[in-house]
Design a protein around this ligand. Sequence first.
Ligand code: G1P
Ligand code: ZN
Length: 542
Amino acid sequence: MIKTVATAPYQDQKPGTSGLRKKVPVFAQENYAENFIQSIFDSLEGFQGKTLVIGGDGRYYNREVIQKAVKMAAAAGFGKVMVGQGGILSTPAASNVIRKYGAFGGIVLSASHNPGGPTEDFGIKYNIGNGGPAPEKITDAIFARSKVIDEYKIADVADIDLDKIGSFDLAGMKVEVIDPVADYAELMEKLFDFSAIRALIAGGFRVAIDSMGAVTGPYANEIFEKRLGAPEGSVRNSTPLPDFGGHHPDPNLVHAKELYDDVMSPQGPDFGAASDGDGDRNMVVGKDMFVTPSDSLAIIAANATVAPGYAKGISGIARSMPTSAAADRVAEKLGLGMYETPTGWKFFGNLLDAGKVTVCGEESFGTGSDHVREKDGLWAVLFWLNIVAARKKSVAEIVTQHWAEYGRNYYSRHDYEEVDTDAANGLVTALREKLPSLPGQSFGSLKVTAADDFAYHDPVDGSVSKNQGIRVLFEGGSRVVFRLSGTGTSGATLRVYVERYEADPAKHGIDTQEALSDLITVADEIADIRKRTGRDKPSVIT
Ligand code: G1P
Ligand code: ZN
């Protein structure tokens, strides 16, 4: 019943910031997905008889790869596979299932916020037993294996029925098709004060949750409409579609603009939130107030004790390096440890496992805590509702009061997408060469105090990750960071992160791009962005 299939390796299966992401036609090449899945199994040890969790964000090609993964897990010797009904498991829900049932690991099929469809993106990611993305030493081993693999093993059986909850035997391995929502909803109910949020909503506070045609639809329906009593229709675009309805399932001011405009309109809801393709990102908007993800992390940390799951306080905060330093000010005031990691959730795993931090976040609309080992979109939304319910203040009041207390970190990210790869690499190389000469130089009124290529020394396992983004720091706490995306699937994406700290509350009402305009000009000057990319403006500003 177990078949061994000869295969030829592909040379391009290098996992990026978050797993292997490619266009569907690349994944659909002969044995492409099989090679990568077998390379994962070949890089692991000690899983015989243990449990593997499998699920995805429901995008195009999800079901096909799930069938392959289940049959290959049986052939590899796993004792059990737990798979979400319909092949669905949001990324945070998958992380929770791995942890809750003590699974050996999990395979998460997703390309996150990237579009889906026959010519769009697909992805495969391996998560370890703590529920988090595999660390670099495993992803490096998977890549090395993928370059030489010459066979894979698969159970030669008919496709399983993914739509019926229940368990059955498959070539000597147990398969359990599980409700993808139940465990997750139960966890959220433990962490947050659902009765306070229910009362807030019953009192007329109107929420709009946009699932963007992606995986969080069923989760949001269950949590917001069923358990928290939000009127039917409060959750929008709640049916997961293989192509996300043709949208880009990325919750930001560009792709979730309709929701944003709705909340900002006088008759619109009081609170809006959106999630991405696989449910780990979030965007939070209150009436007259968009909450930047960096501020969201800081404000959640500062108010954490209002939520029952965090009533005892938090142990520390971590943020990715390009994320603004707003959370650092909270950590300082509360006397908590603060950690600055490279971009990507995998770097938070060790800190969370070691109990050094409780909450973490990234500027890229990612926030989360030690309840799972992935960022968690709906968790952040519930945290905000819990804060609003407990403090009896609007989102705008909570944010402006936070700025008044801690100062405001004006922050924006400028993305130049699908830039010619050689041009992008050239820009970074030139910038690196310039680094030693920058400190001491002045650009208008901005004086450079330090410039480096960020390297992370993991305080838990001692590993070192180099070249994680170029930072140029200026007097007064302003800075510009440059890095190339590790999740794109065509050309290169240059990300430029711009930040300025303003302590004076009288100056907290300035438009963000205006407040950062001198830094934006200097960023172009230092990195020669226009000339090298041939672009006169970014493709996306968040
Ligand atoms: C992007 C974000 C990063 C996030 C990752 C996965 O990676 O910038 O913060 O962890 O997606 O959601 P990048 O494309 O910048 O490598
Ligand atoms: Zn995502």
